[in-house]
Write a new protein. Structure first.
Lengths: 301, 301
């Protein structure tokens, strides 16, 4: 069970956080991009090399204290297929280092196409007599607007998915909060997520179908925790998006489990606040990761 | 205005259809995959070369009679970054041949990340002092579950998008048909789409914000046509998914404009039904495209 694997890694490290790897070039220290441009050109090839080096340094420092990484595919796709290769290389490197990888791709489509996306991020793809893996993450994020037949193909690989339920952005309510049959739409999505997870509940009581629930809506977070007892939460919005430690308490169950909190910019760009040198960007990320871990430990106890 | 460009191409060819390029290897004639495997290996590299050759042959035959192509990214991503390179090469080749390209990516995320996706598929990305284009399509499909701030960044490039409103798959109603405040959720999404399009209405009365509405729900299609007078429709579900010519009539306005009908498998796999040789797969696709065009012309007049 893939969600069990994530929970075990969280428990081992006593740290329910995931490092978002959203490597815009402007976040990367200048000495890395300059060197990459010099060697590979001021183009997508150079950009992709800079991104990969940045990510590897972060992973090296973080893998000892953070259980998981969440590369966000948009920040690779905008550097073309070369960027997508860096996305692939990042996933493989993080896995080598023992980290659990959530591919933040928010994919969605009708059944036959959802099956292709599931192969891409979680499974294997038939190529002649072989069955290679395309990106081979441990989990992926999924948009459930198309209903069951757009989601269930992702479960065939016995890995985990996280379905968008209540997202962290300011306008998330325009569809998600519409009241229907005495409950907001995100509550209906939550009901589907619990249902989709029924067949894959693991030894910690959580299924392979998780939910994305933003830290920026703490009231909804607590309500959903109650409504979704078998659903593990991936919680974005902490840090740069404005939510603090108190806002995320409601994501956790009574044992202090049930959720993983994402931080992206606050780790990647920690070196800008630390006052240290650019060269120490990964150490600054580690220090910030430790601070965040300790802060979260404090509120969930 | 990008939607104007699409409408003009449709009018020139008197053909409101788009060829979906969803090249599963199993759809590709054996002689192409065999040659590619022999030259590049039975791996993603070989698969990507087979896909690109298949697509180029189809584009060569279809560009004279079909105005647009819609490559579906899942069927490239499942062949890894090599597949994504074939996606890129397919887009550039189709554009060279004068076709309008809709990147069927169904992307969605919070504002800053939506901006990155918009750069990837419609815009440019800053790389040092340069601004290269990553995939450079004419239009992209978008999932609007996150509301305005996940959608508006896509409009900054003055290209077109198609937002999922009522999808063609069997379970699309699980969220989309839920009744809220006297209208189904897909109707609320439709209202948002009209609103998002307000600032970009072109000379044919349609905005740059289109909608994906499935042919498999003909009643909803007609209702939405009425509710969304400034929204151009991208209509999947015709052919292999079960909808026929009569089902799509409601997608068009009184002038016979307002929609483009997608066909994927029925074109790509036409050679299997034609009784001709595998080598003539592209000619079989063209014959099927002509048949489909004539059928659609008949019903919209």
């Amino acid at each position: 069970m893939s969600m069990d694997k994530l929970i075990e890694r969280i428990n081992e490290m006593e740290n329910p956080t995931v490092a978002g790897l959203d490597p815009k070039l402007s976040y990367i220290p200048g000495f890395i991009t300059e060197e990459a441009f010099k060697t590979y050109g001021e183009n997508f090839c150079g950009a992709a090399h800079a991104i990969l080096r940045f990510n590897k340094c972060l992973i090296d420092e973080l893998c000892g204290i953070i259980p998981a990484v969440k590369p966000q595919s948009a920040y690779y796709e905008m550097y073309g297929w070369e960027g997508v290769k860096a996305f692939f290389d990042t996933i493989q490197y993080a896995k080598q280092k023992g980290m659990y990888v959530i591919a933040d791709v928010k994919r969605n489509d009708i059944g036959s196409t959802a099956e292709a996306y599931a192969r891409a991020y979680l499974g294997t793809t038939p190529v002649g007599s072989t069955q290679p893996e395309a990106f081979n993450a441990d989990a992926a994020t999924v948009n459930g607007y198309l209903g069951s037949d757009g989601v269930l193909p992702f479960l065939e690989w016995n890995k985990a998915i996280f379905v968008l339920v209540k997202t962290s952005n300011p306008s998330s309510g325009e569809i998600q909060d519409i009241n229907a049959q005495n409950a907001a739409i995100y509550r209906h999505m939550a009901g589907l997520v619990e249902k989709w997870g029924k067949g894959s509940i693991g030894k910690y009581g959580y299924s392979n179908v998780g939910a994305v629930v933003g830290a920026t809506y703490p009231k909804q977070l607590s309500e959903l925790r109650e409504q979704m007892p078998h659903t593990f939460f991936l919680v974005p919005g902490y840090g740069a998006q404005g939510a603090g430690a108190d806002d995320i308490v409601g994501a956790f169950d009574k044992k202090g489990s049930g959720a993983i909190i994402n931080a992206s910019r606050s780790l990647m760009c920690a070196y800008r606040k630390s006052g240290g040198s650019q060269e120490d960007f990964a150490k600054a990320a580690k220090a910030e990761a430790e601070r965040m871990r300790d802060e979260i430990r404090r509120v969930i106890r």
